[in-house]
Design a protein around this ligand. Structure first.
Ligand SMILES: *Cc1c(COP(=O)(O)O)cnc(C)c1O
Length: 393
């Protein structure tokens, strides 16, 4: 059996909508993107949503709108994708990498506090990452941000749809609806919903939404957006040297229908996760991802951590053995401080981030996608179990 790491689901609805858009004569940003923004904002209970061509673009626009500049620094967990820290570098500011918690892989606020104390540079913001789709405790992040006078930009590339609450008596708060300055989502091909490439920035602050919108299209003033409608004219004004980050109507055509199916996709991934957990919880050589009754988990990733002291093989050999049996996996991620750029420019050592450096060597992300068939799920479980048994210490 061959099991891919991920299989996107694009149905007839998406195909028909794209077809309709291609025939309409309006391919770039227009009415469908506007509708996609409105419907996405509604879905996450956010007042404003700006559609862009990637989550990286959304993160860049967010920190730009917050006036991040040279001589300032931002707290970023070391366990994340390249984008979270590189956007800080785009503005010539410094990413202050922070160690993570061993179970959730989320930013460790105690370590963050310590790094603020030691920092010679002024720290102005924090970018928590909802890794795998289980949200960070945003209440704690808000308290932390208030105490240290920081803005918050959420890297929600994994967490649509997702929600959190502090206790079972509270109502769910949707990722993207919170008090953070900006929340950034990804619609990359293997994310929870896709537009091929795409992203969204949500915010509750009108001025941030306006700045991000202007900067997403060459710094052309807000009114010039009207030129994307039939009432538009040839005239526009440039108010800043902006970027080219707008999402096309072709992409939004896919997004409109993915959005409708997002909760169904999430439930199906949750079923896969529940089957994995139910049938692998007795395997002593692995540790399963955490769950929390106060989280609506998007289940973008299902990562296991190998108990290496119980195995004769290392993580890479474990991955090779799964691959030999047709099961594709991934690692999320090699922490940023271990990459040459961050090592060389900032002089990081593995011992500067003990938890992340150690857990990285144990991480394997198993396949999880909405239309994963029972026999595929069972095949993964059987082979994880067999590899553990055959390579027991
Ligand atoms: C995928 C990803 C991004 C970037 O998303 P793009 O839409 O590809 O730009 C950012 N952060 C995290 C944590 C991601 O996994």
């Amino acid at each position: 059996m061959q099991i891919p790491f991920f299989r996107p689901i694009v149905g007839e609805d998406e195909l028909n909508e794209v077809n309709n858009t291609l025939k309409s004569g309006w391919l770039t940003t227009g009415a469908k993107t506007k509708r996609f923004e409105e419907e996405f904002a509604k879905a996450v209970h956010a007042p404003y949503a700006v559609a862009v061509n990637s989550c990286t673009a959304a993160l860049h626009l967010a920190v730009e709108a917050l006036h991040l500049q040279k001589g300032e620094a931002v707290l970023v967990p070391t366990m994340t994708f390249a984008a979270t820290a590189e956007v800080v570098r785009y503005l010539n500011a410094t990413p202050v990498l922070v160690d993570v918690l061993g179970d959730t892989l989320q930013i460790n606020l105690e370590d963050a506090e310590e790094r603020i104390r030691k920092s010679k540079i002024k720290i102005v913001g924090i970018i928590p990452v909802h890794i795998g789709g289980m949200m960070v405790d945003m209440f704690k992040v808000q308290e932390f941000a208030k105490k240290h006078n920081l803005w918050i930009v959420e890297d929600a590339a994994h967490s649509f749809p997702a929600a959190w609450r502090r206790s079972e008596n509270e109502k769910w708060k949707y990722c993207g609806s919170g008090d953070s300055e900006v929340t950034c989502f990804s619609f990359y091909a293997n994310k929870t919903i896709t537009t091929g490439e795409g992203g969204m920035a949500t915010t509750h602050k009108e001025n941030l939404a306006e700045r991000m919108r202007i900067m997403s299209l060459h710094g052309i003033s807000k009114d010039a957006w009207k030129r994307f409608t039939s009432s538009g004219s040839w005239y526009y004004e440039i108010v800043a040297p902006g970027f080219k980050y707008n999402l096309t109507d072709v992409a939004s055509s896919i997004g409109l229908h993915q959005l409708k199916k997002a909760e169904l996709f999430r439930e199906k991934r949750e079923e896969v996760a529940n089957k994995y957990i139910e049938n692998m919880k007795d395997i002593e050589e692995i540790e399963l991802p955490p769950t929390d009754s106060n989280r609506l988990h998007s289940w973008h990733l299902f990562y296991i951590r190998l108990n290496l002291e119980k195995l004769k093989i290392d993580r890479n050999e474990f991955i090779e053995k799964l691959k030999e049996r047709g099961i594709m996996t991934s690692v999320h991620w090699m922490p940023l401080h271990m990459h040459p750029y961050y090592r060389e420019v900032y002089g990081f050592k593995e011992s500067d981030f003990e938890v992340a450096s150690k857990v990285y060597k144990r991480l394997v992300s198993l396949p999880i996608f909405p239309d994963m068939r029972d026999e595929e799920i069972e095949y993964v479980i059987k082979n994880v179990r067999d590899i553990c048994r055959e390579n027991r210490n």
